[in-house]
Design a protein around this ligand. Structure first.
Ligand SMILES: C[S@@+](CC[C@H](N)C(=O)[O-])C[C@H]1O[C@@H](n2cnc3c(N)ncnc32)[C@H](O)[C@@H]1O
Length: 667
């Protein structure tokens, strides 16, 4: 076990933990009048600032990267042009408190759509093969928010309370929160938001009619969801939202056309609704209406000169104003939205994420509450709808989710946008794991090892230096939370196995030294040992040991590839891919796999890996339009002779990452 330093994090946490006085003042203030109390309501909100790690850059040109690497301003993206949109993998509580340092008071719009029921928010569908869509079976479904609901509404509200306090702090003075929820929790959340934002900052409760009636015999059909909207101050961004006219409406109303290129128009009244003595005059032989005209004589003449007044030949009839369809910006939208349908099963935008919201919904919110270039955040981003809408509308964005499938789905949806701006995938890496160790009482080494062993359903053993447990006759070694498992570490494990006449061992790790997986199996075989490497899933940080059944340790996948070279160029050709934990692949999925590439959902290549961050320079994935996965990359041109490290990242249909290191020499 290497590099375990829980003390450092403990000290940092203590130092940064502070009670929010302003917030306490607000909650204790009798002038607040009404507020919600419940068992377990948080008394304070911790603000722990952990450093982010960039794990991947996407769509960033080498030139930009090299320029920004030398820039002192890098990292202070709020003020320079090195800004990158951010997709962050982690628990949003820790993510938000870590964002405060750089972003407090800078985010113009936060939209969140937190899980609001104990339903199937974490289920997803996988594309297996070229075109078959399969509902993922239950073992693949994630239930991370079971924890949230363990204590019923009170634990849910406690979870939300802390997040809303942090969101309030992240918002700019002219910013707004749009909180999407269901009617079973909206009334509680409204009182919570009243407390944190102030009841006078409640801008709207939007009702979104999501589906049509189910025709329930003994209840009102539940067809709507709620979007609570709070602003940070009375001065907020507001671009009046308009609903586009339907074709049916336009065709029914705009029935005239003079053929002068101005298009269809409808005729509108130009008489005054109230008596206007100063606008009572005869106009071009038409007698004044009893209450006068709507416009002054000068305006009438101007409108006439523009050809905008329809003049009946019969002077006893009234002239009327021509209103052109082209000038109609649409109806101002109110707080009941019935014009945005849910994402249906055939929709092109559908990502396979059950709770995916329609882009049109996010477009409307983002266009109303922000301007081009503003920063938008979604801390429960799911399939990434907010990030996709923000990207297409030329806003900057930060998106976060704790599910690996959510991060993966969001990345793919973004890559599908033509000219998507560069973005980074970040996490809190080892810091988040150390934080989890501390919070879950696993700070002490043995406690940590025993917790992982319990999740792995292995028994704890004593008396060895590197062997920590045993499962079905195999030894178990567990990697540290704050460092990758290294090749040297694996060799030490093998030495201890050999010294004790033991043949088999499972090495469980959070992260792996690059290239370890390619060499360890072979080295073990040469020593007559059977060593497997398995990924400790992130989910153990969100579960209790009692839920170990829902947690799967996947064996690292097997990848075979070739690197080809011609002149100054190199390319990668995938030759094979296998998931050793075949028993974890549900039979229905297994039956549909006809070739190894069916198991791959996405792969990408960093052609010149150097600084520890994976720079995605080429990628392939299936889309609805092109369901066939390419297994050869494009040619990549190298500017100079030399030997380059190539890293290939493969994400399988279960959302697991595998990386493989290769080399190319350009002569
Ligand atoms: C209802 S879904 C969001 C769907 C999204 N609006 C869309 O259009 O796809 C809720 C998401 O919240 C995520 N989530 C739940 N608890 C979280 C937490 N503590 N931190 C970050 N994400 C969380 C889940 O992983 C899930 O993807």
């Amino acid at each position: 076990m290497r590099g375990e330093e829980p003390g450092i994090i403990a000290a940092a946490t203590q130092a940064r933990k502070k009670t929010d006085d302003a917030f306490r003042h607000q909650t204790d203030n009798p002038a607040m009048g009404v507020r919600l109390e419940w068992d377990g309501k948080p008394k304070q909100v911790e603000r722990i600032s952990l450093p982010f790690q960039t794990v991947e850059t996407i769509n960033e040109s080498r030139a930009t990267r090299e320029r920004d690497e030398g820039s002192l301003l890098r990292g202070d993206g709020m003020r320079d042009d090195s800004w990158r949109n951010l997709l962050i993998w982690g628990d949003n509580k820790l993510v938000m408190s870590s964002l405060l340092k750089e972003f407090a008071g800078h985010i113009k719009l936060v939209y969140i759509d937190p899980p609001f029921d104990t339903g199937t928010d974490f289920s997803f569908r996988v594309d297996v093969g070229d075109d078959i869509l399969t509902k993922a079976p239950s073992i693949l479904e994630e239930h991370a928010y079971r924890d949230t609901w363990r204590g019923g509404r009170s634990s849910y509200l406690a979870m939300m309370y802390v997040r809303i306090v942090l969101i309030h702090e992240l918002l700019s003075d002219d910013g707004a929160l749009y909180l999407h929820c269901a009617p079973n929790v909206s009334h509680y959340l409204k009182v919570v938001c009243d407390e944190i934002f102030g009841a006078d900052r409640a801008l709207a409760e939007i009702v979104w009619k999501r589906v049509s009636g189910h025709g329930d015999a003994k209840r009102w059909s539940p067809v709507h969801e709620v979007i609570l909207c709070y602003t940070k101050s009375s001065n907020f961004v507001w671009n009046p939202p308009r609903e586009a006219l339907t074709d049916e409406y336009a065709e029914g109303k705009y029935v005239n056309d003079d053929g002068d290129g101005r298009g269809p128009y409808q005729l509108d009244n130009i008489t005054s609704p109230n008596p206007r003595p100063n606008m009572t005059y005869e106009w071009q032989g038409y007698p004044s209406p009893p209450k006068g005209w709507r416009y002054s004589l000068a305006t009438m003449n101007e409108l006439d000169a523009e050809g905008r007044i329809h003049k009946p030949t019969d002077k006893t009839k009234r002239p009327r104003l021509k209103r052109y369809l082209e000038e109609n910006e649409g109806r101002l939208v109110d707080d009941v939205w019935t014009d945005i349908p849910p994402v249906n099963s055939q929709a092109l935008e559908r990502s396979g994420y059950d709770t995916q919201k329609p882009l049109a919904l996010l477009d409307r919110i983002i266009e109303t509450a922000t301007n081009s270039g503003d920063l938008v955040a979604d801390l429960f981003c799911g399939s990434g709808t907010t990030a996709v809408a923000a990207e297409r509308l030329d806003r900057r964005w930060i998106a976060c989710d704790l599910g690996r499938f959510a991060i993966h789905t969001t990345r793919k949806r973004l890559l599908n946008i033509p000219d998507c701006q560069p973005f980074e995938i970040r996490n809190l890496g080892s810091y988040e794991r150390q934080r989890w160790r501390q919070e879950s009482g696993n700070g002490a080494l043995r406690g940590y090892l025993d917790t992982i062993l319990a999740f792995y359903r292995a028994e704890s053993i004593e008396g060895f230096q590197h062997l920590h447990g045993r499962k079905a006759g195999r030894m178990v070694h567990i990697g540290a939370t704050d460092a990758p498992v290294t090749i040297d570490e694996a060799e030490e494990v093998m030495d201890e196995l050999a010294d004790n006449g033991i043949e088999s061992c499972d090495i469980l790790g959070w992260e792996w030294e690059m290239g370890l997986h390619d060499t360890i199996g072979e080295r073990a075989r040469r020593r007559g040992l059977d060593v497997r490497t398995l990924q400790i899933p992130r989910e153990v940080m969100e579960r209790t040991v009692q839920e170990a059944d829902a947690v799967r340790f996947f064996e690292l996948a097997y990848v075979d590839l070739d690197v080809r070279r011609q002149r100054q160029e190199g390319k990668v050709v995938l030759k094979d891919f296998a998931i050793p934990s075949e028993d974890l692949i549900p039979p229905q999925v297994r039956e549909q796999i006809t070739r190894w590439s069916d198991l791959i959902d996405y792969w990408s290549v960093d052609f010149d890996h150097g600084d520890g961050v994976f720079h995605n320079e080429w990628q392939a994935y299936r889309t609805k339009a092109v369901p066939v996965l390419a297994t050869e990359s494009d040619w990549h041109e190298y500017p100079k002779v030399g030997t380059y490290a190539i890293v290939v990242k493969i994400i399988d249909i279960f959302g697991n990452d595998t990386t493989k290191l290769a080399e190319v020499t350009i002569k």
